[in-house]
Design a protein around this ligand. Structure first.
Ligand SMILES: NC(=O)c1ccc[n+]([C@@H]2O[C@H](COP(=O)([O-])OP(=O)(O)OC[C@H]3O[C@@H](n4cnc5c(N)ncnc54)[C@H](OP(=O)(O)O)[C@@H]3O)[C@@H](O)[C@H]2O)c1
Length: 253
């Protein structure tokens, strides 16, 4: 028996990076996994195949989380396929470099709509199904940059600061229904999200060095999954409204 046996988990951004890591680990823990992606159907299917090859149950669902109408269709499709929803990980994300001068309204909207509006409307669509099951877990993915500022990243940092307040407010609103809501905040993780900046941007590298000194802040995507399993499990029933940092202690400075 896995720690999440037969729990239906919707994991947005499940096709790549940390979301892929959550999907694989949740599948190994017995969860039935809805792998939600926006564009990379091939990557999402690879995650599904990896779970089913080990005897797990999973299916890919296409949905742009910036569009509430698509979210509603996706959640209803998950319920039709798997019978309900127990766990939602609001993980889909992107990092746009948004210096004050030069950032367009479309870029600002894309950053905030993906990282803040999406989680709100995913929760709105999933919660009635969690109530019907007598409870549930929502994990909103924050960031170390929900604590720190970072040059040229005001949109990203604002969205990650705001998601902690979304978590706290939903925690209180949903507490009577046995639904726990937490933020899981990664540090710096080597994924596609920052690949271009890690490899090509001197400004990004310089800003990281200023923030982290000579230390190596980078973690691998798989290193996040154990904490997500804990927050989704019954062991975490008393934990709600929290912000759990997984950053090797860098936010402690
Ligand atoms: N990497 C880091 O250092 C870091 C640090 C702290 C927090 N985070 C946060 O952790 C989360 C995952 O980041 P990551 O680094 O693993 O990202 P990633 O490797 O770039 O993967 C992003 C995922 O989000 C999906 N996605 C993007 N926009 C979407 C949309 N509008 N609708 C649905 N899905 C969408 C992508 O789907 P497709 O594959 O279909 O494109 C992909 O599965 C994000 O919330 C990010 O802000 C990352």
């Amino acid at each position: 028996m896995g720690r999440l046996q037969n729990k239906v988990a919707i994991i947005t951004g499940g096709s790549r990076g940390m979301g892929r890591g959550y999907c694989l680990r949740f599948g190994a823990e017995g969860a039935i996994v809805a792998v939600v992606y926006r564009a990379r159907a091939d990557a999402a299917q690879e995650v599904v195949d990896a779970i089913t090859a080990k005897g797990g149950r999973a299916k890919a669902f296409q949905c742009d989380v910036t569009k509430p109408a698509e979210i509603n269709v996706m959640v209803e499709a998950v319920v039709a396929e798997f019978g309900g929803v127990d766990i939602l990980i609001n993980n889909a994300g992107l990092y746009l470099f948004t210096p004050l001068e030069g950032t367009t309204e479309a870029e600002w909207d894309q950053q905030l709509d993906t990282a803040l509006k999406g989680p709100f409307f995913c929760a709105q669509a999933a919660v009635p199904h969690m109530k019907a099951r007598g409870g549930g877990k929502i994990i909103n993915i924050g960031s170390i940059f929900g604590e720190d500022g970072f040059p040229g990243s005001s949109g990203y940092c604002a969205s990650k600061g705001a998601i902690k307040q979304l978590t706290r407010s939903l925690c209180l609103e949903l507490r009577p229904f046995n639904i726990q809501v937490n933020t899981l905040s990664p540090g710096c993780i080597e994924t596609d999200l920052n690949k271009e900046y890690r490899e090509e941007s001197e400004d990004f590298t310089r800003a990281l060095q200023e923030r982290f000194g000579a230390g190596n802040p980078w973690l691998q995507p798989e290193e996040m999954a154990g904490t997500a399993v804990f927050l989704a499990s019954s062991d975490a029933d008393p934990v709600t409204g929290a912000n759990v940092m997984v950053d090797r202690g860098y936010s402690a400075y």
